[in-house]
Design a protein around this ligand. Structure first.
Ligand code: FES
Ligand code: FES
Length: 233
């Protein structure tokens, strides 16, 4: 066949086969190589050390997965009933067991003081207490809370026997800590948890306890002063 006629010999069928082959190769590479590599990287950098029941916590809760969890809230496929102890009261919720506690508090119990920041246990905005210990509620599935006592910023004052403010909250006001305020509920919950276990923390104790609470406004120095002041009361 002359060279000139050969160059026109690729028909629609050939192009379709080539396209299908390319897509198949990409699918195989993505599923066999990319997804396992992504998961191993993600699992390396998403710690679950803030969860007291770490074995029960799924370690790959990406923002994409959280969108899927939201989808389940709207179109529930699996729903279980939980009687959670939140701020001293038993609250019943019917939710997907994988739902992070953060969304149960905010979307089902209207406790919106707990904030969503990163969704991957890196910023501390979602910090609440479980039996007095600071945990990242964005990484704590509701199914692992069990009979634990959950305290949010709304119920913190009551844990100190106050109807208005916890000593840490008072110190925050005295030192005029907050700027935009978005991170501050989480900062206060972490600080209160620190003082529960270490009533007179050193600078190093404060830095260690607060190092994973991020403040984009840079209020760290005032936070440290406020914690020291709360510790003296
Ligand atoms: S939202 Fe939970 S740590 Fe950032
Ligand atoms: S006060 Fe704005 S993020 Fe902390």
């Amino acid at each position: 066949m002359p060279l000139a006629s050969r160059s026109y010999s690729y028909g629609l069928r050939d192009l379709t086969v080539a396209f299908a082959f390319t897509i198949s190769v990409k699918l195989v590479v993505t599923s066999v190589i990319c997804i396992p590599v992504y998961r191993s990287i993600h699992e390396t950098f998403v710690p679950v050390s803030f969860c007291p029941k770490r074995k029960a916590v799924p370690i790959s809760q990406s923002p994409l997965l959280q969108l899927r969890i939201h989808h389940h809230l709207v179109n529930p496929t699996t729903v279980a009933t939980y009687n959670l102890k939140v701020n001293g009261k038993i609250r019943r919720v019917d939710v997907d067991p994988a739902t992070p506690l953060l969304w149960v508090l905010r979307d089902h119990l209207d406790l919106s003081g707990t904030k969503y920041g990163c969704g991957v246990a890196q910023c501390g905005a979602c910090t609440v207490h479980l039996d007095g210990t600071a945990v990242r509620s964005c990484q704590l599935p509701v199914s692992v809370v069990g009979k634990g006592a959950v305290t949010t910023i709304e119920g913190l004052a009551a844990t100190a026997g106050s109807a208005s403010l916890h000593p840490v909250q008072k110190a925050w006001l005295d030192h005029d800590v907050a700027q935009c305020g978005y991170c501050q509920a989480g900062q206060i919950m972490s600080a209160a948890s620190l003082l529960n276990t270490t009533p007179n923390p050193s600078d190093a104790d404060i830095e260690a306890a607060m190092s994973s609470n991020i403040c984009r406004c840079g209020t760290y120095l005032r936070i440290k002063d406020a914690i020291k002041s709360a510790a003296k009361k």
